[in-house]
Design a protein. Structure first.
Length: 163
């Protein structure tokens, strides 16, 4: 920080997608995401195939992407019932993984199927065709949660047919 308390950034951060999702699914229907494989194709103007070198030695990757079909004005900044289901409790947007998020960023851990040139083939990606990919990270055991996980009961019901 400089003497004025500025961090050196000259405005809000901007992100440039590293690639695009191709999956044949054009609508964000909330279930059966495992039914179609997906390909993440890197932007060939910025990346060569060596950007994915070694990624096929990992079983899983975490994909960060943009919910590009959600209008920024539709972002939920408070609480809601997940999927609009009144039988589930109203919880804050940060206590759920809905697509109407303030920055519209999605994150999913997917299985790596194969790497071909600038294409990463995955299964279990809950993004639609054309979704801009912001980042790809290998899943490493050391970064997984330590200790027991807990979640409310409604999560299991929500996820029953998700994959």
């Amino acid at each position: 920080m400089d003497s004025h308390g500025n961090s050196g950034m000259s405005g809000p951060p901007s992100f440039h997608p590293i690639g695009t999702v191709h999956c044949g699914r054009s609508e964000p229907i909330d279930d059966n995401w495992d039914s179609l494989p997906a390909i993440i194709e890197l932007d060939e103007r910025r990346f060569a195939a060596d950007a994915l070198l070694g990624l096929d030695t990992f079983s899983h990757v975490e994909i960060l992407y943009l919910f590009h079909l959600v209008d920024e004005s539709d972002a939920n900044l408070g609480a809601r019932n997940p999927r609009g289901r009144k039988e589930w409790p109203k919880v804050g947007i940060f206590a759920q993984r809905g697509k109407e998020r303030p920055n519209r960023i999605g994150a999913t851990i997917c299985r790596v199927e194969k790497v071909e040139g600038v294409q990463l083939h995955v299964s279990g990606l809950d993004a639609v065709d054309g979704s801009p990919v912001l980042d790809i990270k290998p899943v490493m055991k050391s970064f997984l949660p330590r200790g027991e996980l807990r979640e409310p009961d409604w999560c299991a019901e929500l996820m029953r047919d998700y994959w």
